[in-house]
Write a protein that binds this ligand. Structure first.
Ligand SMILES: NC(=O)c1ccc[n+]([C@@H]2O[C@H](COP(=O)([O-])OP(=O)(O)OC[C@H]3O[C@@H](n4cnc5c(N)ncnc54)[C@H](OP(=O)(O)O)[C@@H]3O)[C@@H](O)[C@H]2O)c1
Length: 322
């Protein structure tokens, strides 16, 4: 049986810190003076943590920024404008746990004639325990995986992402996608309650689904005139508010460990910025952990898994009436 590094909060934190300081893979170099002017970039979950930091950095680099957020309208947008000196920042509301909210958001983008050069799927959550969404999905499954599957497919079919215009899709995954050793197709999309002890293992499993989808999407999208780049990354441990739902008694400990050992969100955004600025002639790199090149877990690269995941996700969404 493979070694599970991210199956509980303690081992996930310790292994995250070890990996951060034990540099292994060949690194890419982030150029200085990055210029993203002329690029329209949308980031989900840009009201906090890595997403907010990425928003500030791409705005600083001159991009036209769209913040797709559940909260922080308008204050987080104003913060990005003042920190970056770039007034070209728009905000849209979207709750990724709710298909109706995603549909309204898509209608608004379409109505405003938005076309994206880069889409960054960043939003994610870690609940204290399982919760059910309005449409009966398990919330972390919906926010961390299914909403991204739905959103990206809708952005493409509505031509908000025009696959003939060399767009780029950047997916924020996690090294924890390597932990699960199998897919649970039998119970795919079913709501099964779980408690605090299972949360981190579920988080890794949903990152496995997300990364498998990224591979399948990259395989399927480019035919005919389509030239879409799909990139996946893990930012490493980020000093963010991702553990905000952890029990109160452990919060001071987590805050201490996060602020002492984890990366600041601004620094953790390095691999996201690398993929935003990547030029067409650069060596294609599918996955970065920090700025290190790494292959994704073999399970995620198997076309058979990608195909099953795609079919199950599509069928589930159809069954829900979307
Ligand atoms: N932190 C780490 O150590 C770490 C390590 C590896 C990978 N990552 C990945 O990095 C990404 C960013 O995480 P982070 O650490 O920056 O976490 P964070 O500070 O908790 O930020 C998460 C963002 O996602 C948004 N979000 C959560 N649920 C949402 C929903 N239902 N609809 C719309 N937006 C929602 C949050 O919005 P609100 O502000 O409205 O809640 C927030 O903007 C995630 O994909 C995470 O899995 C993080």
């Amino acid at each position: 049986m493979s070694e599970k590094k991210y199956s509980n909060p303690v081992s996930a934190t310790i292994n995250g810190i070890i990996a951060l300081y034990k540099s292994k893979g060949e690194k890419v170099t982030l150029p200085e003076n990055i210029d993203l002017s002329g690029k329209r970039i949308m980031i989900t979950g840009s009201s906090a943590g890595l997403g907010l930091a990425t928003a500030i950095r791409v705005a600083e680099a001159g991009a036209e920024l769209i913040m797709a957020v559940r909260s922080g309208i308008p204050d987080k947008g104003e913060l990005v404008k003042s920190r970056s000196g770039n007034p070209n920042v728009r905000m849209y509301h979207v709750d990724l746990s709710d298909f109706d909210s995603i549909d309204i958001f898509l209608d608004e983008l379409e109505g405003d004639g938005v076309k994206l050069d880069v889409f960054i799927a960043n939003a994610a959550m870690v609940p204290l325990e399982s919760r059910q969404t309005k449409q009966g999905m398990e919330e972390m499954f919906m926010v961390n995986y299914l909403s991204t599957f739905y959103l990206i497919n809708q952005l493409v079919s509505r031509e908000i992402i025009d696959v003939t215009q060399s767009p780029r899709i950047i997916i924020i995954s996690s090294e924890s996608h390597r932990d699960p050793d199998r897919f649970d197709w039998d119970r795919f999309g079913e709501y099964h309650p779980y408690g605090v002890k299972e949360v981190i293992a579920k988080y890794g499993y949903y990152k496995l689904l997300l990364t498998t989808f990224a591979n399948e999407f990259a395989r399927c999208i480019n035919s005919g005139d389509a030239r879409t780049t799909v990139r996946v990354l893990c930012p490493g441990p980020v000093n963010s508010s991702i553990a905000r739902e952890a029990p109160g008694w452990i919060q001071p400990l987590l805050k201490g460990v996060f602020s002492l050992f984890f990366r600041s969100p601004m620094k953790a955004a390095d691999p996201v910025i690398y993929f935003c600025q990547e030029e067409e002639n650069d060596e294609p790199i599918d996955y970065l952990y920090l700025l290190q090149k790494k292959p994704m877990a073999p399970l995620t690269q198997d076309p058979q898994n990608g195909k099953i995941l795609w079919e199950r996700s599509e069928a589930l969404i159809k069954k829900l009436g979307y």
